[in-house]
Design a protein around this ligand. Structure first.
Ligand code: PXG
Length: 477
């Protein structure tokens, strides 16, 4: 039996800690499209970690670039000093982005990228003489990380309600999910996009003075809320409305960036260029915590032109902005994307992926399948009175069968590494089908957590016992 670490001290994020510690699911290594757990289960990674390991796990190129950088320059002060890789990484990221978005601010995560983008938007209007423009608009079901700005413009009630009021001067527009009309649509829904986007204009003109709105922030495809797609024409129309009223459009591409849609960014997929674009995750293949915010050159120039010489143009930044290790990892990641044509690979696999995802139509409990690029959301009917339980049991069953899937509420989200093979795509969806079919047979007893991961439950009990003995020994000593 593998020995467990002491589970007492680590407080896990977005996790039912007591439940987890009664059934710990610990990974010890990863290579290519697979994880290995501490009891040697091999799991096909259907989720790219948390949507971040786009180029597959254990990439030597990244490991050696990072190791070399650590030995050469482990850290350089980020304020008033820098290091050459920061500039090289920014140039490379700019070269990967849609034309025009070529001034790059580095952060340490997606959440920091969201805060940075919102702050730049407000500060931009101030620096150009429009200090009244300081309201922010987000969307229902939006996820922009967990810091107060992102939380405020975000639209997932469960993430917001524990944390008070958030920022003032924030409003939200509707999400675009309508299962009653669009269930099992392949790719983006065809209808309704313009009407939905027009609600934005209606909201800002009826409830606000549009001249007080600094920015609208949207995920082109909502990831965390369970894969919510924009209907055709929706994002283009948002762009037009923003232009009409002088509002900055921010795309949060933390999930959709780096090939996930089969294009470099969702901006490329939809042919809509935002004024500001946030990223993280795939930027370093998940290997080093790092994010970035790209802004249009005009925005950067406005700060340079409207601030006194020798003054700090943007009083914002982090100790770990453009960290040398992050920059080394980002450059190595972009090299892999280029050398292996990963974006093109994702694009050409998308049709197979869509086909495989939609084989779930007709499988027990499946009420919608949504897909785009290498992303699929499978929405399940909730078990009456136990929201989320069915998707959680599906995740545990798939884990037992050797496939890692993500669950949020009663939605399963699939987002494999872009290095996934066709047979592996088929395996992910057939595993989900098998899990759901057996859950149907088992009825409510299938949701009983004591049925799952017996090995893990045994360790947890064992570890608990050991700790109790140690505490008793310490007390008698
Ligand atoms: N914006 C978007 C669009 C995201 O998806 C963040 C910001 C925040 O990034 P950081 O690096 O601060 O976590 C995210 C993160 C999931 C899941 O399974 C999604 C995220 C993170 C963890 C899990 O849906 N998205």
């Amino acid at each position: 039996m593998p020995t467990l670490p002491n589970l007492d001290h680590y407080w896990l994020p977005f996790t039912a800690n007591r439940q987890f510690k009664s059934m710990p699911r610990l990974f010890k290594s990863a290579k290519g499209n697979y994880y290995t757990t501490i009891d040697d289960r091999v799991l096909l990674d259907g989720t790219s970690g948390l949507w971040c390991v786009a180029a597959g796990h254990g990439r030597e190129e990244i490991a050696s670039a990072v190791a070399h950088q650590l030995r050469t320059l482990d850290y350089a002060p980020a304020f008033q000093n820098s290091h050459p890789l920061a500039f090289e990484a920014a140039e490379r990221v700019a070269g990967f982005l849609p034309k025009g978005l070529d001034r790059i601010f580095f952060t340490g995560s997606g959440s920091e990228s969201a805060e940075t983008a919102l702050k730049i938007a407000i500060a931009y209007h101030r620096v150009t003489g429009n200090s009244l423009r300081n309201k922010l608009i987000g969307r229902e079901k939006g996820y922009h990380g967990v810091n107060f700005g992102g939380l405020s413009v975000g639209g997932i009630a469960g993430n917001r309600k524990a944390f008070g009021n958030g920022l003032p001067g924030v409003d939200h527009i509707s999400h675009t999910l309508d299962i009653s009309k669009n269930a099992f649509t392949r790719g983006v829904p065809k209808d309704g996009g313009i009407e939905l986007a027009n609600q934005f204009e209606q909201r800002i003109t009826t409830l606000h003075d549009p001249a007080t709105i600094a920015a609208l922030i949207v995920e082109p495809m909502q990831g965390s809320a369970g894969v919510v797609l924009p209907p055709a024409g929706y994002l283009k129309r948002l762009r037009e409305i923003c232009d009409k009223y002088g509002i900055l459009l921010i795309f949060d591409e933390v999930i959709t960036g780096f090939g996930r849609m089969g294009t470099r960014f969702a901006a490329d997929y939809f042919g809509v260029t935002p004024d500001i674009l946030t990223m993280a995750k795939g930027l370093t293949n998940g290997a080093v915590p790092m994010g970035a915010v790209a802004v249009k050159r005009e925005i950067y120039d406005a700060f340079m032109e409207n601030t006194p010489a020798n003054a700090i143009e943007l009083p914002h930044g982090y100790t770990y902005t453009a960290h040398p290790i992050g920059c080394a990892a980002a450059i190595a990641t972009l090299d892999i994307f280029e050398n292996e044509k990963l974006v093109e690979r994702a694009g050409s696999l998308s049709a197979n992926f869509e086909q495989a995802a939609h084989t779930l139509k007709g499988v027990p409990f499946v009420k919608d399948v949504r897909n785009i690029g290498l992303v699929a959301g499978i929405e399940l009917e909730s078990f009456p009175g136990k929201p989320g339980a069915r998707a959680f049991a599906t995740y545990l069953k798939c884990y037992e069968m050797g496939v890692l899937v993500r669950h949020t509420a009663d939605i399963i989200a699939i987002s494999p590494p872009l290095t996934i093979e066709k047979n592996e795509i088929d395996r992910i969806f057939s595993c989900i089908a098998e899990a759901l079919t057996s859950l149907e047979k088992e009825g409510e007893s299938g949701l009983d957590l004591t049925r799952y991961l017996k090995n893990e439950q045994l360790w947890a009990a064992h570890q608990h016992e050991r700790q109790q003995q140690q505490t008793a020994l310490a007390e008698t000593a």
